[in-house]
Design a protein around this ligand. Structure first.
Ligand code: XMP
Length: 326
């Protein structure tokens, strides 16, 4: 039987009960596969890798070694949440690497979007590989592969993400959620006790804020982007849009305009709001955000975020605009 094919008889996991059943089966399967050996996992904090981590912690505890690489392009509070949930609450074997300087130094003065993506993906592998080599007794690599990744093996994720460890770093794979659809992964994550803010997360690209800090990334503009994005997310949480909108974020271009702040001339960057709905990310429509909420977000971003002096709204569906700006 092809282990990468979802059996026709497999029931869609929609309830806590079905999720618990799946978890029990996988806990047994993982223990059987892994024995007393160690398993390595790159834990980004995204839904899929987080659910795999929680599942493996349940199955094999400290035999799982999670590595969280902070590439400096995470959203506000994300790496902190990974540490809080996995290290503090689940007592995981977690290695945290703050590689911010390495990534930002490599990205300095690089403005071409594809080159930026390649640098981020490539450096990620280098950092992860360095850590993996320090651990001598690891035989398995766990991955948050899900069923759509297998079905659309040249789809969004595979196509965007720079893949794979070097040839001499080959492990046997542990992929406990590879036959699940995203909604099922979320149900399983909740049944494992992961916080909703982690499990119900909107999609976030591997290169992170790197593709939203447009052109050559500078630390001050990246900081402004991160703060503005945090305000957008907070206000979408407050008004309930966070529960209904598929993906929403801020992009900050590398250009300034003139403004006035505290009666003085104030040159700043614009923050561009993008909020889209889609089912497969191949096409997307625009969410209609009530003006009242837009005014509140504008007011907060322009007052609270250093360096931003305008807020703009992107009304472009996909096609013709892609979801991300780069
Ligand atoms: P676009 O911009 O192509 O985005 O309309 C479609 C979806 O893919 C996400 N995206 C990425 N995901 N690595 C990823 O893992 C990437 O480099 C990347 N670029 C775009 C994007 O956020 C949207 O959900």
């Amino acid at each position: 039987m092809d282990s990468n094919k979802r059996p026709d008889t497999m029931v869609r996991i929609t309830t806590e009960e079905l999720a618990q059943q799946f978890i029990e089966e996988q806990v047994c399967a993982v223990r059987k596969q892994v024995g007393d050996k160690k398993v390595l996992l790159a834990l980004s904090g995204g839904v899929d890798s987080s659910v795999v981590a929680a599942l493996l912690i349940k199955a094999i505890g400290k035999q799982l070694v999670c590595v969280h690489v902070n590439h400096g392009l995470m959203r506000k509070g994300e790496s902190e949440q990974v540490i809080e949930v996995f290290k503090n609450q689940l007592d995981a074997n977690l290695i945290y690497i703050d590689a911010t300087d390495r990534f930002l130094d490599k990205l300095k003065d690089v403005s071409d979007p594809e080159t930026k993506r390649k640098i981020i993906g490539g450096e990620f592998i280098v950092v992860f590989d360095e850590e993996a080599r320090k651990l001598t007794d690891v035989d398995f690599l766990a991955q948050g592969t899900i069923y759509p990744d297998i079905l659309e093996s040249d789809g969004v994720k595979a196509h965007h993400n720079v893949g794979g460890l070097p040839e001499d770093m080959q492990f046997e794979l542990v992929e406990p959620v590879k036959l699940l659809y995203k909604d099922e992964v979320r149900v399983v994550g909740k049944a494992l006790g992961l916080p909703e803010s982690m499990v119900d997360r909107q999609p976030f690209p591997g290169p992170g804020l790197g593709v939203r800090c447009l052109g050559a990334i500078t630390r001050d503009r990246l900081h402004a982007l991160r703060e503005a994005d945090a305000i957008l997310r907070e206000e979408f949480d407050n008004c309930g849009l966070a529960k209904t909108v598929w993906q929403y974020f801020i992009a900050v271009p590398d250009m300034k305009s003139v403004g006035v702040k505290n009666d003085k001339r104030y040159e700043g960057w614009p923050a561009i709001i993008r909020a889209v709905n889609t089912t497969d990310a191949m096409t997307a429509t625009i969410e209609e955000i009530p003006y009242e909420i837009l005014h509140k977000i504008t007011n907060r971003i322009t007052n609270e975020v250093d360096g931003i002096n305008r807020v703009l709204l992107d009304l472009t569906p996909k096609p013709i605009g892609t979801i991300e700006w780069e």
